[in-house]
Write a protein that binds this ligand. Structure first.
Ligand SMILES: [Zn+2]
Ligand SMILES: [Zn+2]
Ligand SMILES: [Zn+2]
Length: 200
């Protein structure tokens, strides 16, 4: 009996030691991972895609900042993020657009597919009539509003103040006689000037 008892005791002790080591190391690795993520923030983002449930690992360099119209649509459903930098990461498996609020090097996940469905059938935020897609490529007249050859009544204008996208006709109505230079006002919040055509 004693011949067996000694190796058995040693075996149990070793097994216990291994378990303790694994637990301690595991805990350390986890803590280490958390701290690097917090202190640097720009390392990698690890998350589960909320749409297809697959694991996503990506670096902030792979994220793309949202265009003003996309940001506007996000702000519409999350008014708290108005004025914040927004970026997206597209899930490579299911094409879900994950939207993040970027603050310094920290990123807060806001949601998935916040703007894609709305971009397709874009409607005026005021009269709800469908908006016309401008014939130029997106961003072609960014910052050059006065250079746009013809501002059709069903083009959309993006309000940088409240995030609404409203048709030129509604903006013209809201503006009538209210600005000395004829610059466009937002029909939702009556602020202006509106100088971004919604080129979705
Ligand atoms: Zn996915
Ligand atoms: Zn309208
Ligand atoms: Zn507005």
């Amino acid at each position: 009996m004693s011949l067996w008892a000694v190796p058995a005791a040693v075996g149990f002790a070793l097994a216990g030691l291994v378990v303790v080591l694994v637990l301690v190391l595991g805990a350390r690795l986890r803590v280490g991972g958390k701290t690097t993520e917090r202190s640097r923030g720009n390392k990698t983002v690890e998350m589960t895609c909320t749409v297809c449930q697959r694991a996503l690992v990506f670096s902030p360099a792979e994220m793309v900042l949202l265009s003003p119209p996309e940001s506007a649509l996000v702000v519409r459903s999350h008014p708290k993020v108005v004025g914040r930098r927004l970026a997206e990461f597209i899930c490579p498996y299911c094409d879900a657009a994950h939207c993040f609020c970027v603050q310094g090097k920290a990123m807060d996940w806001l949601g998935a597919n916040l703007y894609e469905p709305q971009t397709k059938g874009s409607l005026c935020g005021e009269c709800k009539r469908p908006l016309r897609r401008p014939p130029w490529s997106p961003g072609a007249y960014a910052g050059r509003f006065s250079k746009i050859p013809e501002l059709l009544p069903d083009f959309g204008l993006l309000c940088p103040y409240c995030g609404a996208v409203c048709c030129v006709a509604c903006c013209t109505d809201a503006t009538r006689g209210r600005t000395p230079d004829g610059s466009m006002l937002c029909p939702r919040c009556f602020r202006g000037p509106l100088e971004t055509v919604f080129d979705f």
